[in-house]
Design a protein around this ligand. Sequence first.
Ligand code: UDP
Length: 472
Amino acid sequence: MALNSKTSDVQIHVLMVAFAAQGHINPLLRFARRLLPKGIHVALATTETAKRRMLASETAIANADNTAVIAGFDVFFFSDGFGSDFDRKANMDHYVENFGSFASVSLSNIIEEHYLSKNKKLSCIVSNPFVSFAVDVADKYDIPSALLWIQPCALFSTYYHYFNDLNEFPADSDVVIPGLPRLRRQDLPSFVVNSSGGLSKLFRCVFQNMKKYKWVFANSFVELEKEAIDAMNNVFPVQPVGPLISPSLRNQEQTTLDSQIEMWKPDETCLEWLDKQEPSSVIYVSFGSILELSAKQMEEIATALKNLKAPFIWVVKKPEFPSEDRKGELPLGFLEETKDQGIVVSWSPQTKVLAHPSTGCFVTHCGWNSLLETIAAGVPVVAYPQWTDQPTNAKMIEEVFKMGVRVNPREDGLLGHEELERCIGDVMFGPKSELLKRRCLELKLATKTAVSDGGSSDNNIQMFVDEIIAGS
Ligand code: UDP
């Protein structure tokens, strides 16, 4: 019988720990939302960067004691030891190699103040590899740890094989990993292609010490990545619990409360604009919350959109630290030239845009959250990956999920406007487009099956709940 902590006298507490990135916090919170109805009390700890962003965009209010209640969850903010004027993105290697030592102390303080001093027993700390210090803090207090892997299982498998030397990774030929398509050099994650950076070192440490985690979950689902998951389970078991995405996307007719943090305020005006467009006619362009493209790349994209003359929504986030070379900024004059064609927003309500019937294709950097959202919405993809897991995600999109095409950048690494026009044309109007749409529809239905009661991911979540309750 499925256990439920509501029926027992003991309160079960779980703490989620995340890096201050929208794409890291939201899957954890959505995992938390799945645990709530089973009677588990969940809180989130994240760094003060998240607090600063949310206060600046007025998407949350913080209490004087560095806590907040967001989407119904207690959130504890902690210092990572770096000031607000430190550009973490530009100094990523230095940041990831150093923030853990300070953040471990901050996290320990949270555990002591909010749990131990109140006689609340923490039954599990759930984190992801970017905050790997959390597993050692949990260990210190004898609290079991769970890892929520926030990328596809194919990536988990690639890293696991790479960092544990279980596979050949030849520089001059394809990499062949069980359950995965053949990976060319340009399909490999950047932390494998260049393994000397801080994030790569962090991943090496996590993947060589995977046994420290009592549970390893992934934000994916069996119906999407069966071969990769089956093959990985022969080496180190991973339990898919996804897709951990907005419930409105999983099941449009059901208005379940969502759990997400918004670090920037979504501009909802684009939804009214979408209402006025033809079905499946709009090109949605977004490169997530972290990337900033060069000014030259922005120009190529702008030219492609103008030449295509199709309606578009382009998310162009205001750079946090603006640069002289206009990195990440729109070409001058673009807004005026396209004011009757499309709309530019600094942050969109992405899940609503993807679920809107007027949206016809998604030009994306292939961040895993964005891909899961587009899979659940059934929208085909033009993949323009940049770094980390994105090249491998793009490979999966094109060859395994078969729901989009991947662009071929020029020799100088830039994506030329002609190539982007060709790919968008292929996905929206070309001979392949009907096939892609049919495949998208199949996957959209599969997302619903996985997370519904008794579905493959739901069963894995229930197993976790049963185990933490039994161990408490
Ligand atoms: N997102 C959004 N509005 C935007 C752009 C992105 O709400 O204008 C959300 C998107 O829905 C996704 C997350 O931000 O949930 C981005 O995560 P992803 O893993 O795709 O990329 P990252 O930002 O981590 O590179």
